[in-house]
Design a protein around this ligand. Structure first.
Ligand SMILES: [Zn+2]
Length: 387
């Protein structure tokens, strides 16, 4: 058995621990499982109990290989996985045709093991980084407050650090993601029986004017492209701004004029756009409709976008190219809590992973990763840590 085979066996064991979130199962068991593996990889471990005022019952793990004076590296990971239907035995991992199947292998237990295997392989060599691995919880629901606590109280050397985000995909280095503005427009009407609708105000019918205005704005928004490249496999060459209406809710019964209709706006921002600009643009688009329609616009949540080619990302590109023959740098067309922290601390983002976007079924049935990709990613991380 080679050392890498040993790590793949550890991965199978790790995948057998059901860390579904929600609700956040077996976190303690998963941390207890990983702690000795971090030691085996030559890292010093520190368990961090998240204060119960933030969230009760959460322990995170920090694993260090400190070399003061060298550039700071924060490797990010999470142990939770999205829940799975029982149809495919998600927590009984199996190997078939060169792939490991199991919930979380691509997102993202496979890359935690790839990192630890890499750290282990270069345990006796000097590293080019002052490194800390963060093993966190609740990424699949909401870990914003937990991340803020770790950054504020428990992790030093944040300014200008390199973030090795192990929660990304295989085949390229990811260098950022879209910002996000979530907003709701609710129209207000007067509910009456359908037969005397002329005495009421139909909130759904009023919402059509709002929708039309938003569809006009969509054209304008989606004509904006960033300078930052994205994976051309998805059909665009650089990041694109987005405006989508993905949920509409209103009405009670066929014969009742509705008194409310809520439209959910999902706005994605390229790094060149600010949250404030996107908010103002929505307000200005809808403001002229105020004279005819009673509606409210509410901002639910926002995270900034980020995307830049950095020295660290280029370095990982070279490491990946050495191992796989290709080391492109792309921003992903997704958003996340982590990106807010990135912007705040001026980090260089280097994202990598072991799952392939088009075949690993992230979050789906038969989630899988190629064994060769896990090995290749681990090899690339080895080079990244030591060169
Ligand atoms: Zn993930």
């Amino acid at each position: 058995m080679t050392t890498m085979d040993e790590w793949l066996t550890h991965l199978i064991d790790f995948l057998s621990i059901n860390t579904s979130n929600p609700p956040g199962r077996n976190y303690g068991k998963a941390i207890k499982f990983l702690a000795p593996l971090c030691l085996k990889a030559g890292l010093e471990i520190e368990t961090v109990r998240i204060p119960k005022e933030i969230i009760p019952g959460r322990t995170n793990l920090l694993a260090h290989r400190r070399s003061p004076g060298k550039p700071r590296l924060l490797a990010y990971s999470h142990i939770d996985v999205v829940p799975a239907d029982e149809g495919w035995k998600p927590f009984e991992p199996r190997i078939k045709e060169g792939r490991i199947f199991g919930r979380g292998v691509a997102d993202m237990k496979g890359c935690i093991i790839a990192f630890l295997a890499a750290a282990h392989a270069v345990k006796d060599q000097p590293w080019s980084w002052d490194a800390t691995l963060m093993v966190t919880t609740d990424e699949e629901t909401n870990q914003k407050a937990q991340l803020e606590y770790l950054m504020r109280e428990r992790i030093d050397g944040l300014r200008g650090a390199t973030l090795l985000d192990l929660d990304s995909a295989f085949g390229y280095v990811s260098i950022g993601g879209l910002g996000h503005v979530a907003a709701d427009v609710t129209t207000h009407g007067v509910s009456v029986h359908s037969g005397i609708s002329h005495t009421g105000i139909n909130a759904i019918e009023k919402a059509t004017a709002i929708l039309n205005a938003l569809m006009e704005l969509k054209k304008k928004v989606e004509s904006r492209f960033s300078k930052v490249p994205t994976n051309p496999e998805i059909g665009i060459k650089t990041m694109q701004s987005k405006l989508n209406i993905n949920v509409i809710e209103g009405g009670l019964k066929r014969n009742i004029v509705p008194d409310g209709c809520r439209i959910e706006i999902d706005r994605r921002l390229v790094p060149e756009e600010t949250i404030e600009d996107a908010r103002r643009e929505l307000e200005e688009t809808l403001a002229p409709l105020k004279k005819d329609i009673d509606f409210t616009l509410e901002f639910i949540h926002a995270t900034p976008g980020y995307g830049a080619v950095s020295e660290s990302a280029e370095k990982m590109g070279r490491c990946l190219e050495k191992v796989t023959g290709s080391g492109k740098l792309y921003a992903i067309m997704g958003s996340g809590d982590l990106l807010a922290t990135v912007a705040e601390h001026g980090w260089q983002v280097v994202g990598c992973g072991v799952g392939r976007e088009r075949e690993s079924n992230f979050h789906g049935r038969d989630e899988n990763a190629r064994i060769e990709d896990i090995k290749a990613m681990s090899k690339a991380i080895e080079l990244f840590l030591t060169t």
